[in-house]
Design a protein around this ligand. Structure first.
Ligand SMILES: Cc1ncc(C[n+]2csc(CCOP(=O)(O)OP(=O)(O)O)c2C)c(N)n1
Ligand SMILES: [Mg+2]
Length: 889
């Protein structure tokens, strides 16, 4: 009986029966392969004839695995149910107690209540830990199910009561439990941040792929690792959740299992009140090439469905909407009888032997460990494709008033009566008097439940979740020689992008670190001049290269191979960031340091994938983000959507991201050298954001030992050739350093003003340091006050200061209050547009004449101006003071 038969009346049941019987006979006599072959041929014929049915991807609203194919359950079910009860109780109590103590501190009851069995079965029978051989499994837990995961750790003896009591109370370092999976806050426990909806799912796909990459490149045998992702049904609305499904199918990631917790609800109410989320996801996943296993009904339904000879029940289940199912669970047995079965006396007869209470306990599949186990077993045994288990569950299962209510997600408390009936349903030995105290329940460390849990975890390789804390890795890193070549500069004009690419090629060839470098590029390699990597180190593709590329035979040709090094992601910044995370956390996940260098269009990084950048910071990832074609006026032709003048502002806010806007090859070399040193030698969980530009100019040699200044954010690049009566300081960053040097000449030649030019590589670093120093002084009033690095570096330089960059003015403004004089920031506030660099720089008022005018005005404001000087400069430089205001709305 198929879905089609339920949507269309059968005009000739006898004929239908014959067809179905013969197919079953083939299956029985010659096996499923033969049956499949015949079906495929029939479908082929239907396709050619133009009568192929639609909805080919959907199946009935029943379990995918037939009862007769279910394996024996390997666990002690009664024992596991007792354990489940204890975990459910403690998970709920953590949240209830936290809110009783501090109203509104939050936490979620209903999510874990809907997924307890989904985790239980996996922990007891599937998840592989890290104490065995290999790295174990990588697990992406649904973020707000965390109380349930903590409650399990409590039962296992990993946490004491005090720890549970400090759920969501983390301000005293190390004593609390974080709201959600945050490696930043619990570095020896959580591995992957997941709570920003959609990021866990996409990260899991690229994690599974990266595991394959590591294996193919001979870095680590990852055949013993499986990636699990627990995903909310509401969460699948996020484009990141489903956007990369085809990647997993295309690369045949059978090391990946998703479990979608289809409790039919999200935060505000039903996920698809007027539809069926399980059915919708089934078609999406199957269409994308995944193996789909639906776990819709618990074992209580098996006899009902077996007795449903006419297919009435199936038809009824197919036609009911999620909104109906939600209401039924909220109302209970009598309502279910009336509204699910009451539409037809034959259906009512099917359940006439059940009382209302039993009706209410007709479980959904995700709450039946037999069904869940069968699905997981089939998932891990499936070859060639990733598997999704679509588990039908109840939001707030067993919680009482929260169960299936539209408010379920936000309910954080239970009153005494609810706690008592919750205890009764869970059959826990807690007296009425005790319940009033809202106690946690632990049966004692030698209790059979605890022993059972621990034994199962021992057999599966140890307790989870667990993150390996990094240990200093004795890995050699390239010495200074590799970088020194870039200190010399080049007389031939080249861009900083070119300079980076040539440094990068050297790193890739380095005998020590080369193979651990992971180039990640979202279809922009040619834009950045990185396409030579295609032939030198090859593009990773598990299928190798099965065609002759159009550039075969050429020196620079497209070369794909199963052990290629480049992750050529295609046009997906989100996917690239997910790869960046998998690679950047590999030092912890697989105890193998890998160094991702992800090069992207700078506009499509911090802004487009900012949430993933934040999650990478949380995940303690290490690596380099390279924002190519950076600068609002430096990328000149591409216009408004492409020209980035604010990614550095966004980068400023990520605590462990270190951002630089370098001007010269030697600055880049110094930054990369230091970055690798900090990540490897110091084992610091930091990552870098470096912008690269595509304007060609002479790469100056490093002016003496300015390494410290480069790294800390500022150094003097060029002294005034001679000191004149009026003297100013010019700050430039990135390409704009050249504009500052041009202004230096104009000021001296035309206006009698001398100036020093400074390269400011990082306002972010200068500000962080100044804030730290300020704080130190505030908290140590009796010590001699310290001085920010910026103040130290400036020495006796006085204002006025004029700062120019290809970014918004807020960047230089961030350090203004520590400068010994007035700062005039020049920058690129406003939308970009397409024109030449010169025109854009005039438009945004950052070109050399704009710097000159700003300087003369700044001098005038200090009483050092000359009458009519600024107006005369307008004349000299053809400058229209009434020109369009670039930041205009
Ligand atoms: C990007 C993002 N948007 C919004 C939220 C807030 N939020 C947390 S849980 C939730 C609902 C989740 O529903 P579902 O995925 O179905 O999970 P369930 O709790 O039902 O298992 C929302 C909207 C979030 N965490 N991340
Ligand atoms: Mg949900």
């Amino acid at each position: 009986m198929t879905l089609y038969s339920t949507v269309q009346q059968d005009s000739d049941p006898e004929e239908t029966g014959e067809w179905l019987d013969s197919l079953s006979a083939v299956n029985e006599a010659h096996g499923p392969n033969r049956a499949r072959y015949l079906l495929a041929n029939l479908l082929d014929q239907a396709r050619r004839g133009g009568f192929v049915p639609d909805q080919l991807l959907a199946t009935d609203y029943v379990n995918t695995i037939p009862v007769e194919h279910e394996p024996r359950y390997p666990g002690d079910e009664e024992m596991e149910e007792r354990i489940d009860s204890i975990i459910r109780w403690n998970a709920a109590l953590m949240v209830v107690r936290a809110n009783a103590r501090s109203h509104g501190i939050g936490g979620h009851l209903a999510t874990f209540a809907s997924s307890a069995e989904l985790y239980d079965v996996a922990f007891n029978h599937f998840f592989r830990g890290k104490d065995g051989e290999g790295s174990g499994d990588q697990i992406f837990y649904q973020g707000h199910a965390s109380p349930g995961i903590y409650a399990r750790s409590f039962l296992e003896g990993r946490f004491d009561e005090a720890k549970l009591e400090n759920f969501r109370r983390e301000a005293v370092r190390g004593t609390g439990l974080s709201s959600y999976p945050h490696p930043r806050l619990m570095p020896d426990y959580w591995e992957f941040p997941t709570v920003s909806m959609g990021l866990g799912p996409i990260a899991s796909i690229y994690q599974a792929r990266f595991n394959r990459y590591l294996h193919a490149r001979g870095i680590k045998d990852t055949t013993g690792s499986r990636v699990w992702a627990f995903v909310g049904d509401g969460e699948t609305d996020e484009p990141e959740s489903l956007g990369a499904l085809s990647v997993a199918a295309r690369e045949g990631l059978d090391n990946l299992v998703w479990v979608v917790n289809c409790n039919l609800q999200r935060l505000d109410g039903p996920v698809r009140g007027n539809g069926k989320i399980v059915q919708e996801l089934e078609t999406v996943f199957r269409g994308a090439g995944w193996n789909v296993i639906k776990v819709v009904w618990g074992r209580e339904w098996d006899p009902l469905l077996a007795n449903d000879a006419e297919g009435l029940l199936r038809r009824r289940l197919n036609e009911l909407l999620d909104g109906h199912f939600q209401k039924m669970r909220a109302e209970g047995g009598a309502y279910i009888r009336k509204h699910l079965f009451g539409t037809d006396p034959r259906l009512l007869a099917l359940v006439s032997h059940l009382d209302d209470d039993q009706m209410g306990r007709l479980r959904r599949g995700g709450h039946d460990r037999f069904k869940v186990h069968a699905a997981y077993k089939a998932a891990v045994e499936h070859r060639g494709r990733p598997t999704v288990v679509l588990a039908h569950t109840v939001k707030g299962w067993d919680l009482g008033k929260a169960q299936s209510s539209n408010r379920a997600h936000s309910i954080k408390d239970m009153d005494l009566a609810e706690l008592k009936s919750f205890r009764d349903r869970l059959e826990l030995p807690i007296s009425d008097a005790q319940v009033e105290k809202m106690p946690y329940y632990h049966p004692g460390k030698d209790a059979p439940e605890v022993r059972y849990l621990l034994e199962h975890r021992r057999a599966l390789g140890g307790q989870l979740p667990k993150r390996r804390m990094s240990t200093p890795h004795a890995m050699p890193i390239p010495g200074p020689r590799l970088y020194e070549e870039f200190h010399k500069g080049t007389p031939k004009p080249v861009s900083t992008t070119m300079a980076f690419v040539s440094l990068f090629s050297r790193l890739l060839k380095d005998p020590e670190i080369g193979r651990r470098i992971v180039p990640i590029i979202p279809d922009e390699a040619r834009t950045f001049g990185m396409d030579p990597l295609f032939s030198s180190v090859g593009i990773y593709d598990p299928a190798g290269q099965q065609f002759e590329p159009t550039d075969a035979g050429m020196l620079l040709r497209l070369r794909m191979s199963a052990d290629g090094q480049v992750l050529e992601e295609g046009i997906t910044e989100a996917g690239s960031m997910a790869s960046f995370q998998a690679a950047g956390t590999c030092y912890a996940t697989h105890a193998e340091p890998m160094f991702p260098f992800y090069v992207f269009y700078s506009m499509f990084g911090m802004q487009r994938t900012g949430d993933q950048v934040w999650a990478f910071g949380d995940a303690r990832g290490r690596g380099f983000l390279l924002g190519g074609t950076a600068g609002r006026t430096t990328l000149n032709g591409e216009g408004l959507q492409h020209e980035d003048g604010h990614s550095h502002l966004l980068a400023t806010a990520v605590p462990n991201l270190i951002a630089y806007d370098p001007a010269f090859a030697y600055e880049i070399a110094v930054i990369v050298e230091e970055g690798l040193r900090r990540m490897v030698r110091e084992t610091q969980d930091v990552f870098y954001y470096v912008t690269l530009q595509n304007e060609n100019y002479v790469q100056l040699p490093m002016p003496g030992d300015v390494k410290e200044g480069i790294l800390r954010g500022i150094y003097k690049l060029r002294d005034a050739p001679q000191r004149l009566g009026r003297h100013v300081q010019l700050f430039g960053s990135g390409c704009a350093v050249n504009l500052a040097m041009e202004a230096q000449e104009l000021l001296a030649r035309n206006h009698g003003v001398s100036s020093d030019v400074w390269s400011v590589t990082s306002y972010q670093q200068l500000r962080r340091n100044a804030l730290d120093v300020e704080r130190h002084n505030r908290l140590h009033p009796d010590e001699a006050p310290r001085r920010p690095y910026l103040v130290e570096a400036l020495g006796d330089a006085k204002g006025p200061f004029v700062a120019v960059s290809d970014y918004v003015k807020l960047l230089p403004d961030m350090v203004a209050r520590w400068l010994p004089g007035r700062l005039t920031p020049l920058g690129t506030d406003g939308f970009g547009m397409s024109d030449t660099r010169e025109a854009l720089r005039r438009h945004f008022e950052i070109d050399a004449p704009s710097i000159v005018i700003a300087t003369l005005e700044a001098l005038a404001s200090e009483g050092k101006g000359k009458k009519g000087e600024v107006s005369a400069a307008f004349e000299t430089y053809g400058y229209d003071p009434e020109k369009f205001r670039p930041s205009a709305l």
